[in-house]
Design a protein around this ligand. Sequence first.
Ligand code: ZN
Length: 220
Amino acid sequence: MKALIDGLLKFQKEVFPQRTDLFKHLATTQHPGTLFITCSDSRVVPELLTQQEPGELFVIRNAGNIVPSYSPHPGGVSATVEYAVAVLGVTDIVICGHSDCGAMTAVAKCTCMNHLPAVAGWLEHAASAKVIHESRVHISEAAKVGSMVRENVIAQLANLQTHPSVRLAQDRGLLNLHGWVYDIETGSIDALDADNRSFKSLLDHPSTCAVHARQANAAA
Ligand code: ZN
């Protein structure tokens, strides 16, 4: 805990004084353009890897970057998605999985989670991705986990589109959806391409998008 208090002191003494205008502006308003949904993993830091300032990302984090499908009893993720889209009017939603994900490793390797009933229940939201993943042949254990991470991003993008606020914004051509996989060791990101359902380097293909607002609008 000492490290956190030391960090806070450093923030107040060194960082905050250089950003007083920004924080004064943000004191009563926020206009984030992007809802960023990623894993709780300590190694994934959305603002660091996208170099965004306070006020620019609205963030949801949980084990496995999961978005439960819309249901009659929506939980915290559903409420946060609805607020981001319907109230804040974000124009983009990113679902970002990552390498060496503990949650997806457990799903991919069918790890016994009898002693973790809450985790086991939560990861049921990745069940559709698991079915697709298990239908494929994987050349190594690492490839197996990587495949599960990607399929989970695809599945959670599908779940996201069961939310009425998301569908309404798509129908109005106001919302783009992105599926990313962040590699911790290299800092690179692969993004899901709407055209051929494959992942490609975001650095080489910066316009890659999973569901373009216009495409969703045309399909509606
Ligand atoms: Zn993870």
